[in-house]
Design a protein around this ligand. Structure first.
Ligand SMILES: *Cc1c(COP(=O)(O)O)cnc(C)c1O
Length: 419
């Protein structure tokens, strides 16, 4: 069956035909292609068309699809059973590896998604401090937990008012523009003794990629310390992406708690939250804060995650960053030659090329981008076998499996785009 037929059928069975809203491709005025196979840096759809993949499952596949070491580890694990609901060795091995790469995570809990990780970290921050309020940034996305669905980025940014989230819950969520330290300071001055935590994407990846300004993360660190609030880095995208030790390594700032997801599962559903031992020991069964999960620490997912982190330690992050820089700089100059105003944000192997006349440092600026120009670009790139994030306000990724031929093919396709 072709994608069009499948999508029609899917729409009768799932809202919008999808299991996650952005996949419906509405922001690029299109319909999704259905994927049948993925290997290395490439995807194949149900009609056999091949694509160079810059979505990479929204970030997890940093080694490319079907990395041999990861596939082998998952196959080997599944031959020992797919779930026990009891402790297993690979949970410890993966935890040790995470703690080695991100030393601020002295102790952690494995869960099954990034959403679960941030929800649990928030509950822990509230339980630990005995306070209810949190500060989050407009355009940052922390999964779909109630407390975070206020001006969340990604597809949630465009759902007006977010029905289904009670006012009693969201009133504890204080908002600030990304990169606006004064707004955060004002919240602390007004209600410092009620604020449990500040949660932030240390490099924002859900309103398009946005870099933290010089001093922003350090300023958050200092304010949290001063007012006795916890600083939570949501590194679900940035962990093992912007550096082997995540954004906290790249920028040299230590949070109290960190949330992880995407890459640590090697393509399987995994999330993780962790941090200072003294804080983590407030979790049950040691402490009183409750969180549990039937499939938490799933042996197949742990094996794939462990294999991924081991493989990543042999990978040359600086080389991928340099290749991605060269590729994206070239992409920008092609668009400029066509008379398009674009603004590139790239950190390591993540990037957004905004169709924008102004620099983008927060959600207000990201919201002013030309969605129609992006849709035109996206559709014509797809036709030429290039699979990019299906919204102008999302980031794209390269992987260690991307070849120079992939980049050359992508640049050639970009040269052919007509606006
Ligand atoms: C993807 C993402 C999440 C949610 O993770 P899921 O696995 O989709 O639940 C949370 N925070 C950030 C920064 C993300 O990018």
């Amino acid at each position: 069956m072709d994608s069009k037929t499948l999508f029609a059928k899917a729409q009768t069975l799932m809202p919008g035909g999808v299991n996650s809203p952005l996949r419906a491709c509405r922001y690029v005025n299109s319909e999704p292609v259905f994927i049948q196979n993925a290997k290395g840096s490439h995807l194949w759809d149900v009609e056999g068309r091949e694509y160079v993949d810059y979505v990479l499952s929204w970030g997890p596949m940093i080694l490319g699809h079907q990395d041999p070491a990861v596939s082998e580890a998952a196959h080997a694990a599944i031959d020992h059973g797919s779930s026990y609901g009891a402790p297993c060795y690979d949970e410890i091995a993966l935890a040790e590896e995470i703690s080695k790469l991100i030393p601020s995570i002295e102790m952690m809990r494995m869960v099954s998604s990034g959403t679960e990780a941030t929800m649990s970290a928030l509950r822990l921050a509230r339980g630990y401090t005995g306070r209810n309020k949190l500060i989050k940034f407009i355009g940052n996305y922390h999964g779909h937990g109630d407390a975070f669905l206020a001006a969340a980025g990604s597809a949630a940014a465009v759902v007006p008012g977010t029905p289904g989230v009670p006012e009693e819950i969201i009133k504890h969520t204080l908002l600030a523009q990304y990169n606006d330290l004064d707004a955060v300071r004002a919240h602390f001055e007004a209600s410092g003794d009620e604020i449990a935590c500040v949660i932030v994407e240390p490099v924002a990846g859900n309103m398009g990629l946005v870099e933290p300004k010089e001093g922003f993360l350090q300023g958050l660190r200092d304010l949290c310390t001063q007012y006795g609030a916890l600083l939570i880095f949501d590194e679900v995208i940035t962990g093992f992406r912007v550096a082997p030790g995540g954004a906290q390594q790249r920028f040299g700032i230590t949070p109290d708690l960190t949330t992880l997801g995407k890459i640590i599962g090697g393509g399987f559903p995994v999330g993780c939250y962790g941090g200072k031992r003294e804080i983590m020991e407030h979790m049950a069964p040691v402490g009183g804060v409750f969180q549990a999960g039937t499939l938490s620490g799933n042996p197949v997912a742990m094996a794939a995650g462990l294999a991924t982190l081991k493989r990543l330690q042999e990978c040359d992050y600086a080389a991928l960053e340099a290749r991605t820089k060269k590729f994206t700089d070239e992409l920008v100059s092609i668009m400029k030659e066509k008379g398009q105003s674009v603004f590139l944000v790239r950190v390591a192997s993540a990037f957004t090329m905004y169709f924008s006349k102004i620099p983008v440092t927060n959600m207000i600026e990201s919201g002013q981008c030309d969605g129609d120009a992006y849709a035109t670009y996206w559709q014509q790139m797809l036709k030429q076998g290039i699979y990019l994030a299906p919204a102008g306000f999302e980031c794209s990724f390269t992987s260690f499996a991307h070849t120079d031929e992939d980049f050359e093919k992508t640049l050639e396709a970009a040269r052919n785009v007509k606006f």
